[in-house]
Design a protein around this ligand. Structure first.
Ligand code: HEM
Length: 525
């Protein structure tokens, strides 16, 4: 083909592309059913508006949305096909419970783990998957898990005990990432399986690095999904060009191998049982186990369809669960501890309550009894509010319902999102919102319930977080144990070390600042 002909074809293609782009922008600005909604014209015209804030400006679109609300009002168009609402009282309507139909939006699923519960867009399939996984996170299941949680707190404590009266210090994100990844992986796959970071002589930063990089990549992946496809296809090259990709591969490989091991064990067990009904020595779950591990139990559950038990499906699910169930809770713990130690009065009152209710520090009471301690529980609520870990918006789609907000009618099928970060810091609900004030939760029952409606760090409704009972158990047991048994003090740590400045789905501090260091200056009595 002659060069001039190639030139002509390219020119024609460019012209077609330009006309198409111009027509699309015209449609979005003037003809789209969302054209009448307020917001910047640039955001209505192109998704590149968001990409600019997320990729070029380093992940600050959440804060830009908040500024746009100041300018345009409580409902705005933030993308050609998405609306955002800033009104805490609308949250329960959008993130509704059983009986209403809400779908997730494809762009907000982790594209890298399409078969995980979180990425399941289909309403009915999501409900079935949630029924299966949800049983392991009900309150009763968590109460049965309490001895296993305490066993890992004992291992965690050794690292604090080794620093008593030394000049050494301990980084809390690292410590709690070890605790959560050990506890959750052992619950997922059995105590012998799973991670054992806490048993190492030094607390390993491995999981913290893996999970931090995973969320760092999440921000990029959402806008440039082909990068994941390329990196998966050529992992060695990906690591060469981007060395931190090794953390992600390492994390995925470990969790995938746990799942494959569980499947292998299950097959061995099934064939052994059919060969000899009496020999069950190779089982990974036993009928009397009070806390049977999650994935072996799912594999053994005859009501779960075989297609739901294949390796790729369970691998995706387990990787997502390990991400969701480790980073947010360890950040919540570390940031809550920062605020307690940073506020002398809160610290003093918490210690006084623990001392009064736990006379013998060797005997930390049962979880259900710790949950009755008013100041400890208020401190945990305030920690969850102020840490507001999940900074992303989470769009919901009502496929068959016209949602109404004030005088606005939102066409069925439109992605609509809200950001819990700004509900948790709304000054009309939480006066002086950036201050750590557990007292705000110490209210008469009716007022407390009213305020509690706005405590939504883990979202709400049929698609909301599954792990809140687990998280609450971890926070009560860990904080009660550490604050009753040790005198702790911050070391070389300021508010900048816990301030979220970037939205990587999960909020992040400035790069490298997410360190909360403590010294152990004594033991309790
Ligand atoms: C401070 C602690 C936590 C916070 C702030 C948090 C927050 C969230 C949020 C915002 C979502 C998305 C919900 C939505 O799309 O509406 C979510 C989903 C999820 N979280 Fe959590 N989470 C926490 C702890 C945990 C723990 C400890 C676990 C498990 C051990 C867990 C497991 C999950 C699962 C499985 C989902 C997906 C639910 C689904 O798609 O049906 N989370 N979490």
């Amino acid at each position: 083909m002659e060069l001039s002909m190639i030139g002509t074809i390219l020119l024609d293609l460019s012209l077609v592309g330009l006309v198409y782009a111009a027509a699309l922008i015209f449609y979005r600005l003037y003809l789209s059913p969302l054209a009448r909604f307020p917001g910047p014209r640039l955001a209505a015209a192109t998704g590149l508006y968001e990409v600019y804030y997320q990729l070029i400006k380093g992940g600050i679109f959440t804060w830009q949305i908040n500024r746009l609300h100041d300018q345009y009002g409580p409902i705005i168009r933030i993308k050609p096909d998405e609306l955002h609402i800033r009104d805490p009282d609308y949250y329960a309507t959008l993130y509704s419970g059983p009986g209403t139909h809400r779908n997730k939006e494809a762009g907000f699923s982790f594209i890298a783990f399409p078969q995980s519960i979180f990425s399941t867009e289909d309403h009915a399939l999501h409900r079935d998957r949630r029924r299966v996984l949800g049983q392991f996170f009900k309150k009763n299941a968590i109460l049965r898990l309490e001895p296993a949680i305490r066993a890992n707190i004992a291992l965690l404590e050794k690292h604090f005990a080794s620093l008593v009266d030394t000049q050494g210090c301990l980084e809390l994100h690292t410590a709690f990432q070890c605790f959560t990844s050990d506890t959750l992986s052992q619950y997922c796959f059995g105590r012998q399986q799973g991670f054992h970071y806490l048993e190492q002589p030094e607390l390993s930063p491995t999981w913290k690095l893996r999970i931090n990089w995973m969320f760092e990549f999440c921000r990029v992946n959402r806008h440039l999904p082909f990068l994941v496809v390329l990196a998966r296809r050529w992992p060695a090259m990906a690591q060469r060009f981007c060395p931190p990709f090794a953390y992600i591969l390492g994390m995925e490989q470990d969790v995938r191998s746990f799942v494959r091991h569980a499947i292998h064990q299950h097959k061995t067990q099934t064939s052994t049982v059919s060969a000899s009904k009496t020999d069950t020595t190779t089982t990974t779950t036993t009928p009397n186990d009070p806390t049977p591990p999650i994935y072996p139990s799912i594999l053994a559950d005859p009501s779960v369809p075989p297609g739901e038990k294949d390796s790729p499906r369970l691998e995706d699910d387990a990787i997502f669960l390990m991400m969701a169930g480790t980073d947010a809770p360890s950040q919540a713990l570390a940031i809550t501890m920062f605020h307690i130690l940073h506020n002398a009065e809160v610290h003093h009152r918490l210690k006084a309550e623990l001392l009064a209710h736990i006379p013998d520090m060797r005997c930390i009471p049962a979880l259900e009894s710790l949950e009755q301690l008013p100041f400890l529980s208020a401190t945990i609520k305030e920690g969850l509010r102020l840490s507001s870990i999940v900074t992303t918006r989470l769009p919901r789609i009502a496929p068959h319902e016209t949602l109404r907000y004030q005088h606005w009618e939102i066409p069925a099928g439109t992605p609509v999102s809200m950001s819990t970060y700004f509900i948790l810091r709304d000054p009309t609900i939480f006066p002086d919102p950036t201050s750590f004030r557990p007292d705000r939760w110490l209210l008469a029952e009716e007022d407390a319930l009213r305020l509690q409606r706005y405590l939504v760090p883990a979202s709400k409704g049929t698609l909301g977080c599954l792990g809140q009972n687990m998280n609450s158990a971890w926070m009560h047991l860990v904080l009660a144990t550490l604050f009753r048994r040790y005198e702790l003090a911050l070391h070389d740590t300021t508010a900048a070390n816990v301030e979220m400045t970037r939205d990587n789905f999960i909020g992040q501090t400035a790069v490298g600042a997410n360190n909360v260091r403590v010294r152990v200056v004594g033991v309790g009595n």
